[in-house]
Design a protein around this ligand. Sequence first.
Ligand SMILES: Cc1cc2nc3c(=O)[nH]c(=O)nc-3n(C[C@H](O)[C@H](O)[C@H](O)COP(=O)(O)OP(=O)(O)OC[C@H]3O[C@@H](n4cnc5c(N)ncnc54)[C@H](O)[C@@H]3O)c2cc1C
Length: 400
Amino acid sequence: MNIDLSEENKLIRQLAKSFAEKEILPKIKEYEQKRRFPRDIIRKMGEQGFYGACFPEKYGGSELGFLNLAIIAEEISRVSASIGSTFNAQSMTVPFTILNWGTEVQIEKYVPKLIGGEWIGFFGLTEPGGGSDAAGSMKTRAILDGNEYVVNGQKVFASYASVADVGLLFAKTDPDAGHKGISAFIIQMDRPGIEAKDISMSSLGNLTKTCELFLTDYRIPKENLLGNEGEGFKIAMNALDYGRLTIPARSVGLAQACLEAAIQYCNERVVGGHKIGEYQMIQKLIADMTVEIEAARLLTYKSAYLKDKGAATTRESSHSKYFAAEVVWRAAQAVYEIYGGYALADEYPINQYLAYAGLFRTGEGSANIQRILIAEDALGWKDANRHNMKRRFSLKSDIF
Ligand SMILES: Cc1cc2nc3c(=O)[nH]c(=O)nc-3n(C[C@H](O)[C@H](O)[C@H](O)COP(=O)(O)OP(=O)(O)OC[C@H]3O[C@@H](n4cnc5c(N)ncnc54)[C@H](O)[C@@H]3O)c2cc1C
């Protein structure tokens, strides 16, 4: 593995950085304050080929590959964790899962519009009974009635559901079959029987539109089943496998934002006649952040590199997700400490950094769930890559 980025990777970083600084930075505060959903920014990111980095050109993809996707998600999240959050639903968990499991008709109908930022997607797995045991706690039920499934149940924390056009929904088709009784569906929001209610999350800036979702006799045409009946859990795990590339990349970007804010403040704030950066206990915080962020970045790029090789990477996704989320959590606490009382002032983004860092530790398999997966693999009890979750399509950017 070459740990130098290629000229292409550097150009992509520059492109994403300049997009974030020109198209996101000047607008984002106003969008958050007015709770205005950034549909226009999402569309522009789609047009830039950012969401389509890991998709074949024939479905509207830009074929930049996984490492470039990680770099793009990192640079966007450095400027706005809220906009960075769109990468999962617009790039990985929804369209990439359809690409991996869908029929040609499903791929052609949904993928280009999602990665182009024309349609908004959501991923409906978590239920109120507990996200860490998604399969065990699932109560949402889908019953086949002629050519349609009739769905009743409730989801929670479904990001973007209230503004979405389409989503992936997981429901039990055979409640007695455990994991094997779950099925996955592509659903449209313009049908009766579905209602999304925003959960207010002002600490995150109110743009992630995290929702409760209520389904009452909601009907899904049979052709919208994704994969086969009973494959839903495998499909959800596969979706999270790829989602766990963007979460560490977003964590690294946000951690970098924490470090940059900390460095600026250390050089500006004078207390007791000294810049606070001159105090050695503050320097320890800066040193730890600097080195840990670089280590998290390398682990993230390693996982992306292996994905570019077409390898199964459940283990590496988990390593990088776990470590990068711990690093951003520590970086957010460090910058919070460095800003003293000003960390709480709305004028600074420090509170939001901490909230997003907390989300990165919890979402897509909490820190504890990653610890379990990593330890059981290391102990030789359960090979993390045993399901061999490889992707289905090759890309021009693949490394052979
Ligand atoms: C802002 C936001 C956006 C989200 N977006 C989505 C989305 O788009 N789609 C979606 O489906 N979900 C989404 N989620 C849900 C997210 O994936 C869950 O919050 C996560 O899986 C944890 O589930 P939970 O919150 O129910 O916590 P719980 O499962 O109740 O866990 C609570 C605590 O107990 C710990 N714990 C649980 N089980 C164990 C165990 N076996 N061993 C040790 N510790 C354990 C956990 O680590 C955690 O610390 C989102 C969540 C948030 C906050």
